[in-house]
Design a protein around this ligand. Sequence first.
Ligand code: PEP
Ligand code: MG
Length: 327
Amino acid sequence: EQRKLQRLKFTPTQTLCGTKIDLCANIELPDDAQAAVESGAVGVGLFRTEFLFMNHRDRLPEEEEQFAAYKRAVELMNGLPVTIRTIDVGADKPLDSIGSEGYETAPNPALGLRAIRWSLSEPHMFLTQLRAILRASAFGQVKILVPMLAHAQEIDQTLDLIREAKRQLDDAGLPYDPNVRIGAMIEIPAAAIALPLFLKRLDFLSIGTNDLIQYTLAIDRADNSVAHLYDPLHPAVLHLIAFTLREAKRAGVPVSICGEMAGDPQLTRLLLGMGLTEFSMHPSQLLVVKQEILRSHLKTLEKPVADVLASFEPEEVQAALKRVTEA
Ligand code: PEP
Ligand code: MG
């Protein structure tokens, strides 16, 4: 079975009806880009940069060290796009080095100063990261992805800081791609529901289902005592995903999914039927998901996927999902 999957590595990803699908990889450290290439990914859809920071015991990496790390991933991808997410620290991803008072003592870290909220509270650190990412964009195709946005002013502040980082690089005479695309993670229900705020301001979107499930269902993703209630198939979750895909498509804004759902072959057809054309997942999942796509026909998915979205009772959702996977 593994050998059969390996043969799919060089097969272009498309459905039986000829719709092209982009399968990208999630990485945590620059050298993971090697595994991404080996899996046949057409890019890195999510580079979780916080892992660079978490391995630092006593201080955050300087601009040069970050730049070298981002550049390495970009060079390993050899011209394929690399989506670099700005630091998503806090909650389940604590920082050992600095700034820990902010969230480790927070009454509810998942709802506290994490991700972009933390970055905007540390503009000096954020600008350092933005300059490092922008500098890497001179060596390949780089996109910037911003985690945990919910408010218009957070988006605007972030875009202002990116402009500021570019000005600083101009002053220093350092090269970068002036057209680097900027995207937002859609992982807070408010972001999905208020999607026009994002469609208007950003170049692309990426749905983070891990956090979208956590915040939609009020289930701490790190708390085992409620893990049984963490349900990707809850109708509220599926509706937010379907709505985001549909509205982004209608506005002509590229949208992907980079949460765990994208790498689950049991959900591949459901997501295809909801209109997803760009998946990003752990490289180890890429070929099984590709296999599902190669066997799928969008037309036959329409009715059963509409049935899933019209279902609210768990048994009905399961029965409709079975028709999706067997379509
Ligand atoms: C997500 O929330 O789905 C996601 C991809 O980001 P992370 O798992 O790093 O929070
Ligand atoms: Mg997330």
